[in-house]
Design a protein around this ligand. Structure first.
Ligand SMILES: Nc1ncnc2c1ncn2[C@@H]1O[C@H](COP(=O)(O)OP(=O)(O)O)[C@@H](O)[C@H]1O
Ligand SMILES: [Mg+2]
Length: 543
């Protein structure tokens, strides 16, 4: 049951009980008052009749008494008017049919005096002279009697009807209708009931409205809010201006929701950051794992390659030397001399591959010097720029002057740049643009540890071309030794593997990004080194 009903129902009960009781008491007192008033006036009327008929009776003018009684009886509201003698016989009456009839002395009207064996001679008490009785017309009536005593003037009258010894001659009996009075009481009661009902409805309505406005509605809002919070919606503010307990409750509830919302935002923020952190670390881990796998692959292949290259190198040198010797002995334009020259060229090629293999497998620690990256880059570009391969290629430089000099083995780094430049050139057989970009950047590790104000601690070199690009399925293979997409005799598949090894030995990374058909971008990241590393080293370019 709602709070409103719980309050309004008992209130209505109390009001109805109170109203009912009040109405009952009012009606009762009104009824008593009317009865008292009616009794007095009926007694007065009986008395008046007795006095007005006295003379006519003394003078024995029976007709006059009849007339008088008839006239009084004809008045509105008069039920009956009669004069009875001592024997209980109706001597005069407004209703002629009653005359000479004897009334029953045991009746209520006579009972007051005739209770005892010997009837009372006088009846002074007013209440005993009046009586209420129901009429056969459906309403109440009130009757009163007035005793006619034997006065001296009666016993000495001319008629001499009554001896002196007789104390009581008869009674005047008057009955009046209580219909109108009762109707008034009923009307008052009806009015009181209607008023009571209307007031009860009005008061209950008003109290209900108050409860709804100041209790139910705010509580309903609070309830709705708690439901929304339970569903996880924390954007629930209760607008209230009232200063009462419920207003205070609503305000503290809104504050609590606000705090909860802030806490949730903070929590989801933390969760988000944690997620990002985990993602970053997972990526780093995957990269590191890939690097380890690649390094292992490289070193095992490197071992094998070194063994094979070493074994092949001496016989190959023998073939080359003897082929050259025999070729020298042959006449200038003979077929044999031309064939021998082919042998010499091909053996030379084999020697170059073997040299590269040895380079790749050699565990030579780089001889590092602090060097300006731009200078080494320019030297490498100068070596390829004029070759036929780069005829239709536009080389664009986007150098960052703030790039610090870095510790590197110049010849190894030049080899790396050359490999990347040649690959880019070979990827753009119909020409294109090659962009070389350098930047001083902040490494991920430092960005993490020192937040925003970290100073650049690495150098980034990007070589971007507009060539054929690398198919996605090859991206993971291009750093493997002997992986090549080029025709037999065109590529050895060692360029990137060697470059990767060199960069790794410099503590850096080599990455690739490519979209097939749009080109490729190789990014080298090298640590810039601390200022302490520079001690005892001179800059190669003399700047
Ligand atoms: N800039 C580039 N654009 C497109 N593909 C490239 C590029 N650089 C390297 N590649 C791919 O990587 C492979 C391996 O390169 P590399 O190790 O230098 O060997 P090689 O050049 O002898 O084939 C190449 O065959 C080529 O498929
Ligand atoms: Mg190559």
């Amino acid at each position: 049951m709602s709070l409103r009903l719980r309050l309004v129902i008992p209130l209505a009960c109390v009001l109805i009980a109170y109203g009912g009781f009040h109405t009952y008491l009012t009606a009762r007192s009104q009824r008593e008052e009317i009865l008292t008033e009616a009794t007095a006036s009926t007694l007065r009327l009986a008395n008046t009749i007795r006095r007005s008929t006295r003379h006519a009776m003394l003078e024995s003018r029976r007709e006059d008494v009849h007339k008088m009684i008839e006239e009084v009886g004809a008045q509105e509201g008069i039920e009956h008017v009669r004069i009875l003698n001592k024997q209980g016989v109706i001597v005069y009456s407004a209703d002629p049919s009653e005359i000479n009839q004897e009334v029953d002395r045991t009746e209520e009207a006579c009972n007051q005096c005739h209770k005892a064996e010997e009837p009372l001679e006088s009846l002074d008490e007013k209440s005993k002279r009046a009586r209420e009785f129901p009429t056969n017309r459906g309403y109440r009536a009130l009757a009163a009697i007035d005793v006619i005593y034997n006065e001296p003037s009666c016993s000495s009258a001319a008629c001499h009807v009554h001896p002196e010894s007789q104390n009581l001659l008869g009674v005047v009996d008057v009955g009046v209708s209580l219909e109108q009075a009762d109707e008034r009481v009923a009307q008052t009661t009806r009015n009181a009931v209607v008023f009571g009902c209307v007031s009860t409805v009005f008061i209950c309505g008003l109290v209900g409205l108050f409860i709804y406005r100041f209790v139910s509605r705010p509580v309903q809002r609070l309830l709705e809010c708690t439901r929304r919070i339970a569903r996880g919606d924390l954007n629930c503010a209760i607008q209230t201006t009232s200063d009462d307990e419920i207003g205070q409750l609503a305000r503290s509830f809104t504050n609590m929701t606000e705090d909860l919302r802030k806490a949730r935002v903070q929590l989801s923020d933390w969760a988000h950051r944690l997620e990002e952190e985990v993602e970053n670390k997972t990526r780093d881990l995957t990269l590191a794992q890939a690097q380890i796998v690649r390094s292992e692959k490289l070193s095992s292949i490197g071992l094998l390659a070194a063994g094979v290259a070493h074994e092949l190198n001496s016989p190959l040198m023998g073939i080359l030397t003897f082929a050259q010797l025999v070729a020298k002995r042959m006449p200038g334009d003979s077929q044999e001399k031309r064939d021998l020259e082919v042998i010499v060229t091909q053996t030379d090629r084999c020697a170059t591959i073997i040299r590269q293999l040895l380079d790749f497998s050699r565990e030579r620690p780089p001889e590092k010097k602090r060097q300006d990256v731009h200078v080494v880059l320019e030297q490498a570009v100068a070596l390829v720029e004029r070759q036929a391969l780069f005829l239709n290629i536009e080389i664009e430089r986007d150098f960052d002057p703030d790039v610090p000099p870095i510790l590197m083995d110049t010849s190894q780094m030049q080899q790396v740049f050359l490999n990347l430049l040649v690959n880019a050139g070979e990827a753009m057989p119909d020409g294109g643009r090659l962009t070389i970009r350098t930047r001083a950047t902040v490494s991920a590790a430092r960005a993490e540890s020192k937040a925003r104000q970290a100073a650049p601690d690495q150098v980034e070199i990007v070589l971007r071309d507009t060539g054929t690009g690398i198919p996605p399925e090859n991206i993971d293979k291009i750093f493997d030794p002997f992986f090549t997409s080029k025709d037999v005799g065109q590529g050895t598949g060692l360029g990137l593997a060697v470059s990767y090894g060199i960069i790794e030995q410099h503590g850096g990374t080599l990455d690739v990004e490519s979209t097939l058909g749009e080109g490729a971008a190789f990014t080298i990241k090298l640590p810039a080194g601390r200022s302490g590393d520079e001690s005892g080293m001179k800059r190669e370019d003399g700047k």
